[in-house]
Structure formats: structure tokens, C-alpha cells
Design a protein around this ligand. Sequence first.
Ligand code: BG6
Length: 282
Amino acid sequence: MDITTGNGNLPKVVIKTAHSTAEIYLLGATVTHFQKHGSEPLLFVSRESVFEEGKPIRGGIPIVFPWFGPREGKAQHGYARRATWEIVGNEVLADGSVRLTLRLPKAAEAAGYPEHSVSYTVTVGKTLRCELTVANESKNDPFSFETLLHTYLLLGDIERVSIGGLSGARYLDAVDNFTEKTDAAEAITIGEEVDRVYAGSTVSTELVDPVMGRRVRTDKSGSKSTVVWNPWIAKSQRMEDFGNDEYRHMICIEPGNVRADAITLKPGEATSLRIELSESPF
Ligand code: BG6
């Protein structure tokens, strides 16, 4: 593991293993790169992304915590993705994977919440594994919050991919005022702005990408929600930190726990959200 200087002079951890390389910014504990040797990168990062302390990175895997979406008078998607995390561990596992452990420092915005701690491990090997653990350290108060690992997957052509695993599942359509819907198609295809919250959903998903010649699987645990998002044309043009044409090369598949699936921990309880990203040939 090396600590280097990344874009915007921000500290960036570089991990190299026998199977892969990965990069993680301490800003937001954002994994911005994972690539198996001989394969293309798995994650999308916008060429327009800002790399500046206090601002989220547009791409990779930003962490949404402790709230999802807008909050009156507060920053969208919480403060975890804007904070500079601390390194607390770094180890090589028996199979040669490398595990980095980070901790979210106490943020001023956390003041209104019960005492809690947040840690994140990133395990780099043949696959990429990320685990977000939240513990309620308060003696008396329950702690309620939302989480998402807001994963930007790189793809060849948005109009030629499909997403398997969510067929027939119930979702809230954020583009249509969170109306509840189901998509009966065997696999989801994208031809317009998509912003869906699959609720009560614990299944794995698979992005099938014939252009890049691969399938990217997202396995998850400790998660009852999956958000699927592609901004399409108009929203891409409105976002300052995103290229107008970049919607063609990304999809966000975001495991977590949001809205009705938000988590409440009793005093002393902890919970972990885990994802594993892996790829196989098309
Ligand atoms: C998704 C939301 O998780 O994140 C979308 O469902 C939102 O509604 C998107 O537009 C990106 O959010 P942000 O704050 O990174 O622009």
C-alpha cells in the first residue's frame, strides 16, 4: 500500500496485488479505481469531477451516510462522502488480498445524532469488497440512519447494457414523484433518465455489457435497498461536475438501506453493509 498525492493534491491510497490494482481517496473514503490485471477498470469517474476537500467525488464509490437525498438546510446524501477519513489499518490477507481500514472522524454535522462510530474496509484482490460498519455507541438512544455505497460502474454503451436480478421487483420511481412501480422485463434496459429505489430488495445484480465484453456482478449483504441511477441527457447537462456525454458510459447500482429500509440501531448495536464487485467474461 502506498499513500500518494492524487488529483487536487488530495491523499490517495494505491493498492497493488497479484490480481489487481485499486485507488482510494481519503476524501469520502472513495474507491475511485479497481482493475483486474488484463481487464478494463470496473469503476467510472467523471472527467469533470471536482477533487477538493469538502466536495464529493463524482464517480467511484462515494458513501452516502447518514441520510440519502436532500435534507433541508443540509448537503445532499450526508457528510461521509465529503469528509476526509483516517487510515486505521492495512493488512495482507492469507490469499494475498490487501485490506485497508478507514474511520470516519467525528463531524460537526454528527452533533445532532446519538454517539456512534463508522468504519470502512476495502479489500482488494480478485474482487473488490467494501464493508461499511456503523455502531451505535450511545447508552440510551436509538440511532436511525440511511446508507448507500453509491457505486458508479463503467460500461461500454448505456443503450446496449442490461441489468439482471431486479426483474419484477417493486421500486419507487424518483423521476415520477416516488410512485411505486414494478418492471416486469426480464432484465432492465435504460433509454431515458432512471432513478429508482428498489425497496425491500436483498438480491445480487448483474450488469451485462456486450460492448466491454463482460458481466459485472454486485453481491451484497446487510442491505435491503438498491438504487439504480443514470442521469441521461438533460440532467447530465445540468450537473457541473459531469460531462454532457458521460451518461453513456456509466450506471450507478447502489446497495444500501434507504427510506423505508433505513436502519435503526438500539444502544450498543452495530450493523455492516457489504458489497463484492466481480467480473466475468460476457
Ligand atoms: C442517486 C439519487 O443516488 O444519486 C439521485 O437517487 C441523485 O436522485 C444521484 O441525482 C446523484 O446525487 P449527487 O448528489 O451526487 O448529485
